[in-house]
Ligand binder design. Structure first.
Ligand SMILES: Cc1cc2nc3c(=O)[nH]c(=O)nc-3n(C[C@H](O)[C@H](O)[C@H](O)COP(=O)(O)O)c2cc1C
Length: 237
C-alpha cells in the first residue's frame, strides 16, 4: 500500500504529501507512526552507511571521491547532490540561480549535464553567456562543492533524440511538452498540452568544468581544496 503521494517536478519528488494510514489516531501520533512505518518498510541502504569509509588523506583522493558522489547523485534520486543550484548571468548582467537535476557526470571528460526546456530563460542565458556556476551541499557528507563551468547547449541532434526517447516514457515527459514556455504569463483557460507529444522542447546543457572548490566542515577543523583539470591546492576555508 502506498503511504505517500509525490508531486514530481522534472521527474524529481519536489513535494511529498503524506496520506494518513492511521485515520483513527490524532494527527501528531499518526505522523509519528507513519514515520516509523516509512523507515521500517522502505530500507534505504545509503542511510547510516558512511560513504567515505577511509580517511581522505590527499587531494587526489578527494577529487576521486567528489566524482564518485556526483555519479551516485545521477543514479540515486535521494542523494543530496542530485539537485544542485545553477547560477547564470542574464542579458542585463545580473545573476540568476535555480535548482536543476543532475543527469550525467563524466569524470574523464570533466563534464556534467542537465536537461531543460530549450525555451527557458536559462537556456538563452547560457547560449549568450556560457559561464555558469553550480553549488552542491550535502549534510550527510558535510561537503559543499562549488563548480565553475563553461556551458554548451544542444537544441537538437542525435543526443537530444536519444534522451527524449528515454524521457518521453517517464513521468518527467510533461515538463518538456508544455505549449507555453517556462516563465510565460499563466492564462487560466489556455490549453497547455500539445496533442502531438513528438513536439517536445527538451534541450541538453553540458557543463565543462573549469574548477571545483570543495569545502568540508568538521569539528576537528574545516578543509578546503580547489581543483583544476591538472592541478590542486589547499585553501583557507
Ligand atoms: C527539485 C527541482 C528540480 C528541478 N529540476 C530542473 C531541471 O532539471 N531542469 C530545469 O530546467 N528546471 C528544473 N527545475 C525548475 C527550475 O528550478 C526553474 O524554476 C525553471 O527551470 C525556470 O528557470 P529559468 O527561468 O531560470 O530558466 C527544478 C526545480 C526544482 C525545485
Amino acid at each position: 500500500m502506498s503511504t505517500t503521494q509525490q508531486i514530481l517536478f522534472h521527474g524529481e519528488a519536489a513535494i511529498e504529501l503524506k496520506i494518513p494510514l492511521f485515520p483513527d489516531l490524532p494527527l501528531r501520533q499518526a505522523a509519528q507512526r507513519l514515520d516509523r512505518y516509512h523507515e521500517s518498510s522502505i530500507p534505504n541502504p545509503e542511510i547510516g552507511k558512511p560513504l567515505v569509509d577511509t580517511p581522505l588523506l590527499t587531494a587526489p583522493d578527494i577529487r576521486q571521491r567528489i566524482w564518485q558522489e556526483l555519479q551516485r547523485a545521477v543514479q540515486d534520486r535521494h542523494h543530496e547532490w542530485r539537485t544542485p543550484v545553477l547560477a547564470t548571468v542574464n542579458a542585463d548582467g545580473l545573476p540568476q540561480a535555480r535548482t536543476v537535476v543532475l543527469r550525467h557526470a563524466d569524470a574523464r571528460q570533466a563534464t556534467l549535464q542537465f536537461f531543460t526546456d530549450k525555451r527557458s530563460p536559462k537556456f538563452a542565458e547560457l547560449e549568450a553567456a556560457p559561464s555558469a556556476a553550480l553549488v552542491f551541499w550535502s549534510k550527510r557528507l558535510s561537503w559543499q562543492l562549488r563548480i565553475q563551468a563553461t556551458a554548451t547547449v544542444q537544441r537538437s541532434g542525435p543526443e537530444v533524440d536519444a534522451v527524449w526517447t528515454r524521457v518521453s516514457q517517464s513521468p518527467a515527459a510533461g515538463d518538456y511538452l508544455s505549449a507555453k514556455a517556462p516563465g510565460d504569463v499563466w492564462e487560466e483557460d489556455a490549453s497547455d498540452t500539445p496533442s502531438d507529444n513528438t513536439q517536445h522542447f527538451l534541450g541538453i546543457v553540458t557543463l565543462q568544468i573549469q574548477n571545483m572548490d570543495w569545502l568540508e566542515l568538521a569539528r576537528t577543523g574545516h578543509r578546503r581544496a580547489v581543483f583544476t583539470a591538472d592541478q590542486w591546492e589547499w585553501r583557507v576555508p
